[in-house]
Design a protein around this ligand. Structure first.
Ligand SMILES: CC(C)(COP(=O)(O)OP(=O)(O)OC[C@H]1O[C@@H](n2cnc3c(N)ncnc32)[C@H](O)[C@@H]1OP(=O)(O)O)[C@@H](O)C(=O)NCCC(=O)NCCS
Length: 238
């Protein structure tokens, strides 16, 4: 990982910082600084934002003042969910790529895969058609997840009254409840725009099937996609 941007030798915290970090992250260790050094060494992701470095690992984040090397705080990853803005559209290729299911042990596909017409249709000219609605999740000023719908002739299309959903988070931010927050926000946006249902397609083997069921989706159809993968088509009544 890019841990060289944190000066581990100079890493320290204040008395109140130590109390805060221990309390927020429920740490039993006596030496909080040593614990933070290990955290940094094993980090999944480090983001520099303003005067701070945000170090992410396993659903938790610690904040380090990059000038003084002080660990200021730590807490479970939190994200703000908001409406997608035009300025967020530039992130869509990344989230489209991240939405592609990669079975465990499989080699991730080349990023150019999103340019294939069956996939690119999910973002092509986004924002220009009815049903183009979206939300994003932000953590420390970075967009780390997105969920959006379109009425397009894609694999999960049912009819022109039912926008089809796509969703993904950057890998480091998964399984922290952020996807659920994104979906709930998007359901509200869809309702407010007069839609009564939303659909999606998902590979049968994708653990996201469970995620969708938990959010109230039901399986309406099974069909093969353009590559011969077995997919569920799912619908949610809003
Ligand atoms: C699917 C996705 C958007 C869910 O968002 P999330 O923030 O991770 O989901 P939440 O934390 O709100 O809910 C997690 C639940 O989703 C399911 N789930 C999602 N990914 C899973 C995985 N890799 N393994 C097992 N369960 C998973 C589980 O039911 C899990 O509940 P649990 O943590 O209590 O076991 C996110 O994991 C993701 O980006 N995945 C990769 C892209 C993708 O598959 N997109 C859907 C394409 S159809």
């Amino acid at each position: 990982m890019q841990n060289s941007i944190v000066n581990l030798d100079k890493l320290h915290t204040t008395d109140s910082g130590a109390v805060r970090i221990k309390r927020n992250l429920n740490i039993q260790a006596d030496d909080v600084v040593l614990w933070c050094k290990e955290f940094v060494k094993q980090a999944d992701l480090i983001i520099g934002q303003g005067k701070n470095l945000y170090v992410y690992k396993n659903g938790e984040v610690i904040t380090i003042n990059s000038k003084s090397n002080t660990v200021i705080t730590g807490h479970p990853i939190k994200a703000k969910v908001r409406l997608m803005r035009m300025s967020d559209y530039v992130c869509l290729p990344e989230f489209l790529y991240q939405a592609i299911f990669i079975p465990e042990g499989a080699v991730p596909p080349n990023r150019s895969i999103i340019n294939s017409p069956q996939i690119f249709i999910y973002i092509k000219d986004f924002g220009t058609q009815p049903g183009d609605l979206g939300v994003v999740a932000e953590s420390n000023g970075q967009v780390i997840g997105a969920a959006w719908t379109r009425i397009i002739n894609a694999h999960g299309h049912i009819n022109d009254e039912i926008p089809e959903l796509a969703i993904s988070l950057l890998p480091e931010f998964r399984r922290c409840g952020i996807g659920t927050k994104l979906m709930k926000k998007l359901f509200g946006v869809l309702r407010a725009n007069g839609y009564a249902r939303t659909s999606l397609s998902v590979q049968k083997d994708n653990p996201a099937v469970e995620f969708y069921k938990r959010l109230g989706y039901r399986i309406t159809e099974e069909k093969l996609d353009h590559e011969g993968n077995e997919d569920f088509i799912m619908i949610k009544e809003l």
